[in-house]
Design a protein around this ligand. Structure first.
Ligand SMILES: Cc1cc2nc3c(=O)[nH]c(=O)nc-3n(C[C@H](O)[C@H](O)[C@H](O)COP(=O)(O)O)c2cc1C
Length: 348
């Protein structure tokens, strides 16, 4: 069905198409059964000690303001991450700010954390209990005078609704945000966050979402900070502002973050490096260019315990979750693997 609609959808501006998708998802009456796959037990896994049906999650950025997460669960995702949410509502950068690179199966976006703000998001979560495992991705407002305080405000407001909270330090579209990767800046941020959660008796798992553009020399210090402050997971990775040379799309020089297939190898290589240094001590959520069972398999083998995707769904529609699950099950069965978790890190 999506392949019939796609030529029309792709004639519309990408952000407008996304807004239409959100509107229509508010009335998602598609029967859940059409997204089911056979023998999904082989994909059953754990996220922070909770069993989930499969390791395929929806990445942050699709449901930024918590409008349609329960409709999205019906597509068969094992977990969903909403956000990035900031304390105050924010418009983001001037439009146009999302670009399709169809022949590269990629997107470039410079949205700049457009969202409805933490208060509205928590009201929505209060009214509409999430039907599955839900992460909430948080970040600072662009014009904030104290970005650390912004993370704390968000944690305070939404922690009761979240199964985990993602500290996003890696969007290329909020100037200076990526400076939090710096050793002492990251340590200070994570110290302030964990002091705050302890003081306020907040016990939700925390994840840190990192940039794919970090230097190899930064990996050790990031792992050091994550371990010191008992961050439960690392999400690898956000979009890249590099890697434009080999693209063919006319929009390849647009400023912003590149996602989709050209990000796949970059994020896999980084996952491997983190896995080799942590040897499974830290949960890795692998993101970047997943649109097939094989791509999911490669990320798991690189060291990811769990997966997320966004751009793949733009190109293939909501049926992508079922497709990936079916293909991954076939690969695992061919390899005589009994459960998906057995392959994590075996190719790193
Ligand atoms: C249009 C768009 C908006 C995004 N917004 C966010 C965001 O608000 N917060 C975030 O952490 N990541 C955001 N991302 C990054 C994705 O979560 C993901 O890390 C990245 O796109 C790589 O995965 P993919 O290749 O499957 O899309 C966004 C990506 C896209 C394409």
């Amino acid at each position: 069905m999506y392949s019939l609609l796609k030529p029309f959808i792709f004639k519309i501006d990408p952000e407008m198409a996304h807004d239409l998708a959100i509107k229509s998802l508010k009335y998602n009456f598609l029967p859940e059964d059409i997204f089911k796959v056979q023998e999904e037990e082989i994909l059953e896994t754990k996220i922070f000690d909770t069993k989930i049906k499969n390791p395929i999650g929806l990445a942050a950025g699709f449901d930024k303001s918590a409008e349609v997460y329960n409709s999205l669960f019906r597509f068969g995702f094992g977990f969903i991450e909403i956000g990035t949410v900031t304390p105050r509502e924010q418009y983001g950068n001037p439009k146009p700010r999302v670009f399709r690179l169809e022949n590269d199966r990629a997107l470039i976006n410079r949205l700049g954390f457009n969202n409805d703000g933490i208060e509205k998001v928590s009201q929505r979560l209060q009214k509409n209990t999430p039907s599955g495992f839900l992460g909430i991705n948080i970040g600072p407002n662009k014009d904030s005078e104290n970005r650390t305080d912004d993370y704390l405000k968000c944690i305070k407001e939404i922690n009761t609704f979240a199964n985990y909270i993602t500290i996003n330090i890696s969007s290329p579209n909020t100037p200076g945000l990526r400076d939090f990767h710096d050793h002492s800046t990251l340590r200070n941020l994570l110290k302030d966050i964990t002091d705050f959660t302890k003081k306020n008796n907040i016990h939700k798992p925390l994840a840190l979402k990192v940039s794919p553009d970090i230097a190899g020399s930064e990996i050790g210090s990031i792992i050091d900070s994550i371990k010191r402050f008992k961050i439960s997971a690392i999400i690898i990775s956000n979009t890249t502002d590099k890697n434009r040379e080999n693209l063919i799309g006319t929009h390849k020089s647009e400023k912003g973050g590149l996602s989709g297939e050209p990000l796949s190898k970059i994020s896999n290589d980084l996952i491997k490096k983190f896995y080799r240094e942590t040897k499974g001590d830290i949960i890795i959520i692998g993101v970047g260019g997943i649109s097939s069972g094989l791509a999911a398999y490669e990320k798991l083998k690189s060291g990811a315990n769990l997966l997320q995707l966004y751009t793949g769904m733009v190109y293939e529609g909501p049926g992508i979750v079922k497709k990936i699950k079916g293909e991954l099950i076939d690969i695992l069965k061919k390899e005589k693997i009994k459960n998906v978790s057995e392959i994590v890190g075996t190719g790193s």
